[in-house]
Design a protein around this ligand. Structure first.
Ligand code: KIV
Length: 304
């Protein structure tokens, strides 16, 4: 191996330590909480990364919050690759995880592996996330050197089987099954486990049982880290928030206000101002003056 290029400048100037999957495991060992957030484009990913979030998930939730679909099922591998590339270009520190969309790993292990390789090779993902207890696939991805984030509990790609987005693991039988699945994914090589929409007690037990970090969303405070959907965090979803969401800003109100203000300024001709306009140099103005004066404004011609 020979290191030939340093994308973010010379190594001496580069004070940023990249977050990796082993680094997240070390955070768990040290009892340091892991912050994670979804992001789907360059601008928001830069903000998220520069704010010091440890893990950025290019979630298939983009199907809903960015593309306007009713659920996550419609988004394609090519669409996910497109967004993962944009995020990758923005991020210097956080671990960039690509969510594998519905259908891209539900056939054979070989198909799942081939699609995961695309996320690493074509989009620069540093790990992929897959939903459900797909132990064989996790093993194959791990053997292929692709870090895997598992995702158990309320798995949105199972919406039709679950009969809606419902809290999972509320009976003895389903709790035991979830715990066994979590252990099996960790044993197969998953580096991190997302736990979504489960009772906090169950998430706490799984977190204590595993050496890999758990990251919760609607799974209570005892997980090793927390993740939210960016658009939930800043109120850009046009829908009431789920119980587990905390809104940290009202971007809808902020943006709506700015856009309405801009429209009013255009309608009242107060935008752009003279200071916001380019000007001809004096000499050119003088030379062109007779010609410019002979050009009647269109509205004056209409009145005549
Ligand atoms: O797609 C997504 O945003 C997710 C998170 C909710 C974990 O899977």
């Amino acid at each position: 191996m020979s290191i030939t290029n340093f994308p973010s400048g010379s190594p001496a100037n580069n004070s940023i330590t990249k977050v990796t999957v082993p680094a997240l495991a070390e955070m768990k060992r040290q009892g340091k909480p892991i912050s994670a957030l979804t992001a789907y484009d360059y601008a928001t990913s830069r903000l998220v990364d520069e704010a010091g979030i440890d893990l950025i998930l290019v979630g298939d939730s983009l199907a809903m919050v960015v593309l306007g679909h009713e659920n996550t099922l419609a988004v394609t591998v090519d669409e996910m690759l497109h967004h993962t590339r944009a995020v990758r270009r923005a991020v210097r520190r956080a671990l960039v995880v690509a969510d594998m969309p519905f259908g891209s790993y539900h056939g054979t292990v070989a198909e799942g592996l081939a699609n995961a390789i695309r996320f690493v090779k074509e989009a620069g993902a540093e790990a992929v996330k897959i939903e459900g207890p797909r132990v064989e696939l996790v093993r194959a991805l791990t053997e292929a050197e692709i870090p895997v984030i598992g995702h158990l509990g309320l798995t949105p790609q199972s919406i039709h089987r679950m009969g809606g987005y419902r809290v999972q693991a509320r009976t003895t039988e389903t709790v035991l099954k979830l715990k066994a699945d979590a252990r099996a994914l960790a044993d197969a090589g998953a580096g991190v486990l997302v736990l979504e929409g489960i009772p906090r007690e169950v998430a706490a037990d799984i977190t204590a049982d595993l050496t890999i970090p758990t990251i919760g969303i609607g799974a209570g405070p005892k997980c090793d880290g927390q993740i939210l959907v960016f658009h939930d965090l800043v109120n850009l979803t046009f829908a009431p928030a789920a119980k587990f969401v905390r809104r940290y800003a009202d971007a809808s109100a902020l943006l709506r206000n700015a856009i309405e203000h801009y429209r009013e300024d255009v309608e009242h001709r107060t935008f752009p101002s003279d200071e916001e306009s380019y000007h001809l140099p004096e000499a050119a103005k003088d030379a062109l003056a007779p010609a410019r004066e002979s050009v009647e404004p269109i509205h004056a011609l209409r009145k005549a």
